[in-house]
Design a protein around this ligand. Structure first.
Ligand SMILES: Nc1nc2c(ncn2[C@@H]2O[C@H](COP(=O)(O)OP(=O)(O)OP(=O)(O)O)[C@@H](O)[C@H]2O)c(=O)[nH]1
Ligand SMILES: [Mg+2]
Length: 428
């Protein structure tokens, strides 16, 4: 059975389109609201139609779908509440045609824009198109094992999408996100582009880039300062990242900023010593805080700095006591400086664990996320999904142990490149 989807501003409009395209023979499988009506935005409904491939030419048939034993013209669309995630993907996907410039009438499969004046003999075009199709067939064979897993979406994903689906699902991306993106891509992507895996990949890349929230780095304006606190589980690279940031701000940027350090991790002598060493090497002021009331005075004594970087004790996401202690420090901050809370998490753990960690630290009002240990992982879909799900922007990536060089300012291009093609140090 072939699965087709049709959309419309109402379920009946979608149904009409289906009837126009395939007559009365299709079986209505599902009706979904994929986008809610909102101010200045139409609602969008999708109906899913099953059609026997050998009966596409108006031959009557029966199938096993309970709601679809009647011909299409006798079936009433059924309403089903859609998931929130689809709304966003839908919006993102709609913008892609403009952003990716994919509606360009001169766009040709598998290559960048050409102009109408670039003459190419028809035979050559045919040969190129055949080669592209052949390439896709090879990819389908390579991706055969993907079929065995039989994801819910599988029957409706055309073969040209097989490679991108495999790449994304192996990356550790949350399945609901991936299926949602696939559904929207299939529906909203310009028809011509769906026929070639190279254009599918390009479209998909643009869509993913659009979906990752990123906080671009800004420097303090004159007379102002930035106070940045790194929080997160134990051993994720907070102290190392503080050292990298301190080096970056104090001598790697165009302007040399005054940087001061604060350490809240006073339970472990080793932790204080680790940061003290960096402070000595870079000749930076450092303050230690034992009890929450001392936090404000530590900030006050570093008020001559442009940047104040605060290292905290690592805590298991389940250790509410330690997180509470950090909260008390933030709460005791009666200075005029607001603290940017950066949650540091390793990219080497799966999406579900990232989400649990995020949920537990979010009581600290996390502003941005820094992902570390990108050099220790193969898949990056977990990071993508976490940022997408929480809508929390990513500010930095840590890509190794070396201070200060293994730090990268976050960009969606970099993340999507890692996700689809793997981490490549030479591209940092
Ligand atoms: N491979 C790799 N190792 C890293 C990275 N960032 C930090 N590390 C290493 O991870 C280990 C722990 O780093 P720390 O900076 O001490 O981690 P932390 O979060 O401060 O740890 P606690 O203070 O114990 O919670 C060290 O061996 C670092 O060199 C990274 O991006 N990649
Ligand atoms: Mg530490």
């Amino acid at each position: 059975m072939k699965i087709l989807t049709f959309t419309g501003r109402t379920p009946s409009e979608a149904l009409k389109k289906a009837k126009l395209a395939i007559g009365d023979d299709g079986m209505l499988i599902e009706t979904r609201e994929v986008q809610k009506k909102a101010l200045g935005r139409e609602a969008l409904y999708e109906i899913v139609i099953g059609i026997e491939e050998n009966q596409q030419n108006n031959t009557t048939k029966h199938n096993t779908y309970t709601n679809s034993s009647k011909p299409l013209n006798k079936q009433k669309p059924i309403m089903k509440e859609s998931e929130e995630v689809l709304f966003d993907i839908s919006n993102a996907a709609k913008q892609i045609s403009k952003i990716a410039d994919v509606t360009d009438p001169f766009y040709e499969y598998g290559r960048e824009k050409s102009t109408p004046s670039t003459y190419e003999p028809k035979e050559l075009k045919d040969i190129k198109s055949e080669i592209a199709k052949l390439g896709d067939k090879v990819k389908i064979i390579q991706n055969m094992f993907w079929d065995e897993k039989a994801p819910d979406m599988q029957s409706s994903i055309p073969s040209e999408f097989a490679e991108i689906y495999r790449l994304a699902s192996q990356s550790g991306m949350n399945k609901d996100h991936l299926d949602g993106i696939m559904r929207m891509t299939l529906e909203l992507m310009p028809f011509k582009m769906k026929e070639n895996s190279a254009t599918v990949k390009r479209y998909f890349q643009t869509l993913l880039r659009k979906m990752v929230p990123i906080r671009l780095e800004t420097v303090p304006s004159v007379g102002n300062k930035k106070v940045i606190m790194l929080v997160g589980p134990t051993g994720v690279g907070k102290t190392t990242s503080i050292a990298k940031l301190a080096a970056r701000y104090s001598f790697l940027m165009q302007k040399k900023y005054k940087v001061g350090l604060v350490v809240l991790d006073t339970y472990r002598i080793g932790a204080v010593e680790q940061l003290m060493q960096y402070a000595r090497m870079m000749k930076l002021g450092i303050e230690t805080v034992v009890d929450p009331p001392e936090f404000a005075s530590a900030l006050n004594s570093l008020r001559y700095c442009d940047y104040i970087l605060i290292d905290t004790m690592g805590s298991s996401p389940y250790d509410k006591g330690k997180i509470e202690k950090i909260y008390e420090c933030l709460d005791a901050n009666d200075t005029e400086f607001s603290v940017d809370v950066v949650l540091v998490m390793p990219s080497s753990i799966k999406y579900e664990d990232l989400k649990v960690t995020y949920d537990n630290f979010d009581s600290l009002n996390v502003d941005t996320i820094m992902f570390t240990k990108l050099d220790e992982t193969r898949g990056f879909g977990n990071i993508f999904s976490l940022a997408y799900e929480t809508k929390k922007p990513i500010s930095y990536f840590s890509v190794g142990q070396e201070v200060p060089e293994d730090l990268v300012c976050a960009s969606s291009d970099f993340l999507v490149e890692c996700l689809l093609n793997g981490f490549n140090r030479s591209k940092v």
